[in-house]
Design a protein around this ligand. Structure first.
Ligand code: A3P
Ligand code: MG
Length: 415
């Protein structure tokens, strides 16, 4: 199926440029290269139709990014059922001496894999919002904005935005709807991503398991228990934090999966007690080290910096999936670590691009209507563009959410 072929045509003055139009190509080749946000013919007062992703445009002072505050948590069980609690939170257990974990163990017989063809969109976050709206509303009481935040999304979607100025391989599609003053951002799988997901090699499938198996070796289910390397790895299970923060003038509420927490009761409150776990191929040459700094650390930094997770415990593995060493990376020290890499990524570019993208979305998505989706599209070496869709396959705010929010959130009448 070619998803983009049967898109409705762009409508009226709200329409954006398709990412492959000639005008767009001209613009991305530099005609308006000094501008981040562009309008096709630049008539006064017109909407910007695209956003450049060129790094140089985002090399300015680091924007305000408030310390993220955890406003809630939720868990998903082995069948992907939602629970408004921390039952799936796990505890980090330092393995002490040099580990010798085999990440291949259990792949054939103790692995339950989540069906990644099922698209859950924002559903779990929306469920969390409905179950916690009183708490949210008491914090913010903006009359024109039911929830008091500008954007609601997954952390993973923001990670993709942060890394966009440096991404050369994979594009993205982000669907946006405005509802009761808040902009909801939900990813749509690109055709290229679907094709590669449906055609993974056996080796790739197994390597995806390795990251989860690593978690199992380091995480205990209870504060006083130890990890069970002989158990089943079930990737349906998840513990998610919900955080609030602000990037420039954008108030954000997003959720992200957390691998585990420090088990010391004296550890700082969440999210500072959380620990991210990662695996990576062992580094044997200067070239491999440089690639690790340039590509992997960018993604690791972006993912953990956003929710304020302060450290990553990384397991370096050999070709056979045996972890040969462990190393802790402190998020606050990563930018220092990559300083010697020539022409490397910069956190300020990531954050400024994200901030400008959110401003672009705010300027474009003015209609408050959960059945209207603005689809923002980006391919490497192009500008971000968008198209508008009413009552389409891209709708993602479910009726149960819209109804419940509308019934319980009628604007308060002034007396
Ligand atoms: P690694 O991080 O060790 O690669 P996360 O690190 O985000 O908590 O994700 C846990 C594991 O899920 C990853 O472990 C990896 O095994 C798998 N995973 C996550 N995102 C993936 C992706 N885009 N492609 C393949 N595997 C992925
Ligand atoms: Mg992880």
């Amino acid at each position: 199926m070619e998803r983009r072929r049967d898109r409705p045509r762009h409508s009226g003055s709200q329409s954006g440029a398709s990412s492959h139009s000639k005008a767009d190509r001209d613009r991305s080749e530099g005609r308006y290269a000094h501008k981040r946000v562009r309008s096709a013919e630049d008539p006064p007062g017109s909407l910007p139709q695209s956003l450049s992703t060129r790094r140089q445009l985002y090399e300015r002072d680091f924007p305000v990014y408030k310390q993220p505050v955890e406003v809630g948590v939720f868990s998903l069980d082995s069948k992907r059922n939602f629970f408004n609690d921390s039952r799936k939170l796990r505890y980090y257990v330092d393995p002490g001496k040099s580990p010798n974990f085999s990440l291949r163990d259990g792949y054939r017989d103790r692995y339950v894999k989540r069906d990644d063809g099922v698209k859950e969109k924002l559903d779990h976050i929306l469920r969390w919002i409905l179950e916690n709206r009183e708490r949210l509303q008491s914090v913010h009481s903006a009359p024109d904005c039911a929830l008091g935040v500008d954007f609601i999304t997954w952390r993973g979607h923001l990670t993709k935005l942060l890394t966009t100025p440096y991404e050369t391989q994979e594009g993205w599609l982000l669907a946006v709807s405005r509802f009761r003053g808040t902009l909801y951002i939900s990813e749509v799988e690109t055709e290229a991503a679907r094709v590669s997901r449906e055609n993974r090699t056996g080796r790739h499938e197994e390597m995806m398991y390795w990251g989860y198996k690593f978690e199992q070796y380091l995480c205990a289910d209870d504060v006083s228990s130890v990890p069970d390397g002989g158990g089943v790895v079930n990737t349906n299970e998840a513990f998610c934090t919900v955080v609030q923060t602000r990037l420039s003038d954008h108030k954000l509420l997003f959720s992200g999966e957390v691998d585990c927490r420090d088990k010391d009761p004296k550890a700082p409150p969440a999210p500072a007690c959380y620990v991210e776990l990662k695996t990576s191929a062992e580094i044997c040459t200067p070239k491999q080290r440089s690639n690790f700094h340039r590509y992997k650390l960018l993604k690791w930094w972006a993912q953990s910096f956003l929710p304020g997770v302060p450290r990553i415990v990384a397991g370096f593995r050999d070709q056979d999936g045996v972890v040969v060493s462990l190393e802790t990376f402190h998020i606050s020290k990563i930018s220092q670590l990559i300083k010697n890499e020539h022409n490397c990524w910069r956190p300020t570019v990531c954050m400024n691009f994200c901030s400008d993208f959110l401003s672009f979305v705010k300027s474009v998505v003015k209609d408050d209507d959960p059945r209207l989706v603005y689809l923002f599209a980006w391919e490497p070496h192009r500008d971000v563009s968008y198209s508008v869709h009413r009552d389409s396959e891209y709708n993602f705010l479910p009726d149960w959410y819209v109804k419940e929010m509308t019934n319980h959130h009628a604007p308060k009448k002034r007396h």
